[in-house]
Design a binder for this molecule. Structure first.
Ligand SMILES: [Zn+2]
Ligand SMILES: [Zn+2]
Length: 353
């Protein structure tokens, strides 16, 4: 078969170095499935890939994109649990070692040897992707392709909010950064009974308004509100029980640590792209519990699909723009400027449309 498709390729490491290319359609080997892509989300880490400031294993040239939905178009030999026509999304680790302590305990997201689609294996900014059968996640009938493309970031937010941080009823929770992960984290924290304050800056004004319209309890603009005072009043002077840093901005991390109560829980979700300057000693003085959160595993997918199926999480209002793949630069630029929350790209059939 010599069919061609169009993919967005990181051609080599270094700033930029991304372009659309005509490529052969990948064929599934034994145990693999081929998926016709419906939509793929632009992730914060795709911007880091663009700028080459991400510390995850990469092997360019590689087709980028890892948050997707689509329809199974072909199955390889021996595939039993997935059939042609299934509407699907997928876990992003193409390969994990299966023998390290993290793999054995289900924490495949922190397997030392994991290799991801869109980084090491060809990803989903294309017409087709091929992945192992075991990674496929079947979408419920009432979950749209656009929602399906946002499942992966929902899983990441579940890992941070529910698995690692375990928000409890009446916990006071600050979420720094109202981007997609921040919005989902805020929704999940409220679902667990937390009292949430979502914090952003001037450029986030629309995102903060969107969050309020979706029922997030409180929002604050760092640049216009006296945040320290607000949190002090909100918590009778103690500081909040939990801080999620979802912006990847050093100033937000510093402020988040300040707003945390003694004995509180700080969870780092955003990526800074470089070492940052922070008063780490505060963690000792506060006896703060600090954790990081990276990616997603099967447990998260299991819950994410139920939450979407039962409409417990609002995802579609967070999809701000859907563009054809040949306008990827516009999408990346808008996303970098903070315009909208989740921008999706849809495949194109040829380079000269
Ligand atoms: Zn992502
Ligand atoms: Zn492993």
């Amino acid at each position: 078969m010599n069919e061609k498709m169009i993919g967005l390729v990181k051609t080599s490491s270094g700033e930029g170095n991304m372009e659309l290319q005509e490529l052969p359609v990948p064929e599934p080997k034994a145990g693999e499935v081929q998926i016709a892509i419906a939509a793929t989300g632009i992730c914060g880490s795709d911007l880091h890939i663009y700028h080459s400031d991400i510390a995850l294993a990469m092997k360019p040239p590689v087709i980028t994109g890892h948050e997707f939905s689509g329809v199974v178009s072909k199955i390889g030999e021996g595939v039993e649990n997935v059939k042609v026509g299934d509407r699907v999304s997928a876990i992003t680790s193409f390969k994990t070692c299966g023998i390290c302590i993290n793999c054995k305990s289900g924490k495949t997201n922190i397997c030392q040897h994991k290799k991801l689609i869109g980084y090491w294996y060809d990803g989903a900014f294309a017409n087709y992707i091929v992945i192992p059968e075991a990674n496929v996640q079947i979408l419920p009938d009432n979950v749209s392709f656009h929602e399906g493309a946002v499942l992966e970031p929902l899983c990441c937010a579940i890992e941070a909010t529910i698995e690692l941080t375990r928000v409890k009823p009446e916990d006071t929770v600050v979420v720094m950064g109202p981007g997609l992960i921040g919005q989902l984290t805020a929704q999940l924290a409220q679902l667990c009974g937390g009292r949430v304050i979502l914090i952003g800056t001037n450029k986030d004004q629309q995102r903060l308004e969107l969050a309020l319209s979706l029922g997030i309890h409180h929002t604050l603009n760092l640049e216009t509100a006296d945040v320290n005072r607000y949190i002090s009043d909100f918590t009778n002077g103690s500081g909040v029980d939990i801080v999620f840093e979802c912006s990847g901005a050093p100033a937000a991390a510093r402020q988040g640590l300040q707003l945390l109560r003694r004995g509180g829980q700080y969870t780092q979700v955003g990526l800074f792209g470089k070492p940052i300057d922070i008063d780490f000693e505060q963690i000792a003085y506060k006896e703060a519990k600090v954790t990081g959160s990276l990616g997603q595993n099967w447990l998260n997918w299991n819950l994410a699909i139920k939450l979407l199926k039962n409409k417990r999480i609002q995802i579609l209002p967070l999809v701000s723009e859907v563009l054809p793949l040949d306008r990827w630069k516009e999408g990346f630029n808008n996303f970098e400027k903070g315009l909208g929350t989740k921008i999706l790209l849809e495949p194109i059939s040829s380079l000269s449309r």
